[in-house]
Ligand binder design. Structure first.
Ligand code: ADP
Ligand code: MG
Length: 364
């Protein structure tokens, strides 16, 4: 197992990159803690696979260094890095049995037969394939083959890190949950450094202790699920995570007040006078229907009943303002005002969160 340090890393697929736009991975400095489980979350095309392949050595970065426990591995090929990587689509040897496929990474490293047998049995149990160990991989479903790929990724206990690149894409939904649970169990048991790539926020938030959110070739936030929910550092984190995501409204901010349209909205802290494109962000969970004349004037568009709660979809001058209300809440047809919980309102300048100067009532 290893701590993995990315030092001034950047990557462009172009031979002579010019500006930032030419980089699939923009400059990145980050330390992946030894033995921690991370999810790497972001929309398709944001650079997740590029980053993972640089860590595993399948791709050589245009700039920067990769260190495993302070040893520079930038020049090492994948085999020397001692890493297990599982890809989106199955990589199995069709002519080999399931057993031999699972045993391959161990035998390849010269493991003793008794250990190989024991380990293959344990992994087969984890992926639910004990009954088909003797069968050839050829002819198995894509789903089953992907489980073999996962098993092969997990079979070695001595790897520096386990990298998963959207490994459950071809797996059916129920088995997805099952396998994710197994991966978590494996992490608890062996404490490998794990990086799990996904574009699915639920998968990311349930798998990992820490989520690394990428957007447009950049890591925009590293945080616990709570931190991503409460204090999105970038507007992308705000609207990508959550269902629906954070409401964002153009505003002017003066101290502890935001002015949206002509309406003054109290904030939970003093933010000074941020410049650039200023927005306030508030999650639908902290938006309530106004009683009386206070709050922001909105237009009610529709109410969605999603079982455990209702999503009230409104609009303020073309910008979405959504609220989440309890299951039994009555939503008046003439709802026209909503209120934000001041403590839950974040302030953004050019998409990045502005740190408050002081909390209300607390000396700076
Ligand atoms: P993700 O895994 O998040 O979907 P990728 O890392 O695959 O994203 O891709 C990041 C960006 O780099 C995308 O714009 C993609 O088109 C580009 N890209 C990926 N692989 C290559 C390649 N081999 N050659 C050129 N461009 C690539
Ligand atoms: Mg990818």
């Amino acid at each position: 197992m290893a701590k993995i340090t990315l030092d001034n890393l950047a990557h462009s697929y172009l031979p002579n990159p010019g500006g930032e736009d030419d980089y699939a991975l923009k400059e990145l400095n980050h330390v992946w803690g030894d033995g921690e489980a991370y999810a790497l979350l972001g929309a398709s095309g944001c650079g997740k696979s590029t980053l993972l392949n640089i860590i595993s050595g399948l791709l050589h970065p245009s700039r920067g260094r990769i260190l495993f426990n302070d040893q520079d591995v930038t020049g090492q090929v994948t085999a020397e890095r001692n890493i297990a990587q599982v890809f989106q689509f199955p990589v199995v040897y069709d002519t080999m049995s399931v057993r031999d496929n699972l045993a391959f990474p161990l035998r390849n490293r010269g493991a003793k037969p008794a250990y190989v047998a024991e380990r293959v049995q344990a992994i087969a149990k984890m992926i639910g394939m004990e009954d088909v160990l003797g069968r050839k991989a050829r002819g198995l479903t894509a789903d089953a083959k992907q489980k073999i790929s996962l098993g092969r990724g997990m079979v070695r206990e001595d790897v520096n890190a386990l990298l998963f690149d959207e490994p459950l894409t071809v797996i059916d939904p129920h088995m997805k949950w099952e396998l994710r649970t197994q991966l978590k169990a494996l992490h608890h048991e062996f404490g490998h450094t794990m990086i799990y790539v996904t574009h699915d926020q639920t998968e990311a938030l349930t798998f990992a202790d820490k989520v690394v959110v990428m957007h447009d070739g950049r890591v925009v936030q590293v945080g616990t699920p709570e931190e991503l929910f409460e204090r999105p550092e970038h507007t992308f984190v705000g609207y990508f995570i959550g269902s629906p995501g954070m409401n964002l409204l153009d505003a002017r901010v003066e101290g502890a007040t935001a002015i949206v349209g002509g309406t003054e909205i109290p904030l939970g802290a003093d933010y000074g006078r941020p410049e650039g494109r200023v927005q306030i962000g508030v999650r639908p969970e902290f938006v309530t229907m106004a009683e009386g004349a206070g709050g922001l004037a909105v237009r009610l568009k529709r109410v969605e009943d999603v079982g455990r709660h209702k999503i009230i979809r409104c609009d303020f001058e073309g910008q979405a303002v959504n609220a989440i209300a309890p299951e039994g809440a009555e939503v008046p047809a003439d709802l026209s005002r909503v209120v934000f919980d001041p403590a839950a309102v974040n302030v953004y300048s050019d998409d990045w969160r502005v740190a408050p100067l002081s909390r209300k009532g607390v000396a700076a």
